[in-house]
Unconditional design. Structure first.
Ligand SMILES: [Zn+2]
Length: 127
């Protein structure tokens, strides 16, 4: 079965849009509205999409940056990202054990940046 065209409404500007969806199943109003919002060109829908992209990118970045033995910290840092994007927070620093520190912060253009720093402790024997 092919596509059918149904009407959805943007969540932000309430503009009606014809959306092409699979004809294989029924679509709820909510689903159609979500698709219409995803495709809408109004400023707030665009803003929302940009925010979602930033969130997704930051999440991916944190996933790659944080080592697997710090799984809980990974979740913690990902939780912080929306606060950064919403300007509720500028920077969050997590010190693991005195040596390893993770920092997530809002950089230029509101990009979320994550860093891992490791202090190298040099041991010297003093006789
Ligand atoms: Zn819209």
């Amino acid at each position: 079965m092919g596509l059918k065209q149904l009407t959805g409404y943007c969540d932000f500007c309430n503009q009606a849009r014809l959306v092409s969806v699979s004809g294989n199943r029924e679509w709820t109003e909510d689903e159609l509205n979500r698709i219409a919002t995803d495709e809408c060109e109004c400023a707030r829908a665009k803003e929302q999409r940009e925010r979602d992209e930033k969130l997704e990118r930051a999440e991916l970045y944190i996933n790659n940056l944080v080592t697997d033995d710090h799984e809980d910290i990974k979740h913690l840092l990902i939780e912080v990202v929306p606060l950064l994007l919403d300007h509720k927070l500028k920077k969050c620093t997590v010190n693991i054990d005195g040596a390893v520190t993770y920092t997530v912060f809002r950089g230029n253009d509101d990009a979320v940046i994550a860093q891992r720093t490791q202090k190298i402790v040099k041991e010297e024997e003093i006789e």
